[in-house]
Design a protein around this ligand. Structure first.
Ligand SMILES: CCCC/C=C/CC(=O)SCCNC(=O)CCNC(=O)[C@H](O)C(C)(C)COP(=O)(O)OP(=O)(O)OC[C@H]1O[C@@H](n2cnc3c(N)ncnc32)[C@H](O)[C@@H]1OP(=O)(O)O
Length: 243
């Protein structure tokens, strides 16, 4: 699955909906056993959640958006398919969450392709389920530092801390992902799927048990004047970087 939402594969409501529909189709087609998620935007895996879906929007829109974000995470994280991330670009925040939700991550060895949950740098807070997935992946202490400092790990550090499983030359990302896929597909589906569920369900359940409350928390938080101001400043910084 090649993500294409130029210029930066930001996860807008429309794009999330497209991803969800595509994933559902693949899940329901029993001829598919695995997917490789990669990007069609050069140098960018995904810029994460679309800031314009959270800035200057009314509460109803924010609630609808957050529901879709939750939905995409649950679908990828609990997918019965083998999900491999072929990460061929920078992958901050929501892009990192998407990567972390794969079963295996291959990152292209380019110092620009940093990955991490950088929410604090925007003046916002990674929700508990983003945090849970990071803790599950790199451990409590490393996650504590990474989250507070909003670390974006370049490839060598990303491998060392374990946020990705493999770093390979850029031109080998897709072929490596395919070899990894072959290895995972050699395992009987039912045994692998039940095991995946055993490992991941408690984390997903934490959100499933409080989805509405999580939406309300998000809407309350994002609607605060101080948070809207932080988003404004961050968006301006992105604009100025250009000019
Ligand atoms: C309880 C609250 C929890 C909320 C959780 C949020 C999690 C998130 O995912 S928040 C989003 C975090 N994302 C980022 O911090 C990435 C921001 N973007 C960048 O750092 C850079 O754009 C890039 C490194 C990804 C790419 O750099 P490049 O130089 O190639 O492109 P730019 O000129 O910066 O961007 C092009 C264009 O795209 C706009 N844009 C970039 N990122 C986003 C985004 N996440 N959402 C919406 N729009 C984005 C950027 O402003 C430019 O727009 P214009 O062409 O109109 O100026």
């Amino acid at each position: 699955m090649k993500m294409r939402n130029p210029p930066v594969n930001s996860l807008s409501l429309e794009f999330l909906t497209e991803l969800l529909i595509s994933l559902e189709k693949l899940e329901n087609d029993k001829t598919f056993r695995g997917i490789i998620i990669t990007s069609d935007c050069p140098g960018i895996f995904s810029a994460g959640l679309d800031l314009l879906e959270m800035y200057g929007r009314d509460p109803a829109h924010c609630a609808e958006y957050w529901k879709a974000v939750q939905e995409l995470w649950l679908r990828v994280y609990l997918s019965n398919l083998v999900v491999i991330g072929a990460i061929n670009g920078i992958s901050p925040a929501g892009g990192c969450l998407l990567s972390l939700s794969c079963d295996y991550r291959v990152l292209a060895n380019n110092p620009k392709y940093a990955i991490g949950l950088n929410e604090t740098l925007l003046g916002i807070i990674a929700p508990f389920w983003f945090k849970d997935v990071l803790v599950n992946t790199i451990g409590h202490r490393a996650a504590e530092r990474a989250l507070q400092l909003g670390f974006l790990f370049p490839p060598s550090d990303a491998l060392q801390v374990g946020i990705v499983d493999q770093v390979v030359p850029e031109d080998q990302v897709q072929s490596t992902a395919r070899s990894v896929m072959a290895q995972w597909l050699a395992i009987p589906d039912h045994a692998r799927q039940l095991t995946k569920n055993l490992v991941r369900k408690p984390t997903a359940d934490r959100l499933l048990q409080q989805r509405d409350a999580d939406i309300q928390n998000f809407v309350r938080f994002i609607s605060r004047d101080s948070i809207q101001k932080s988003l404004h400043v961050y968006l301006e910084k992105l604009k100025q970087k250009k000019g």
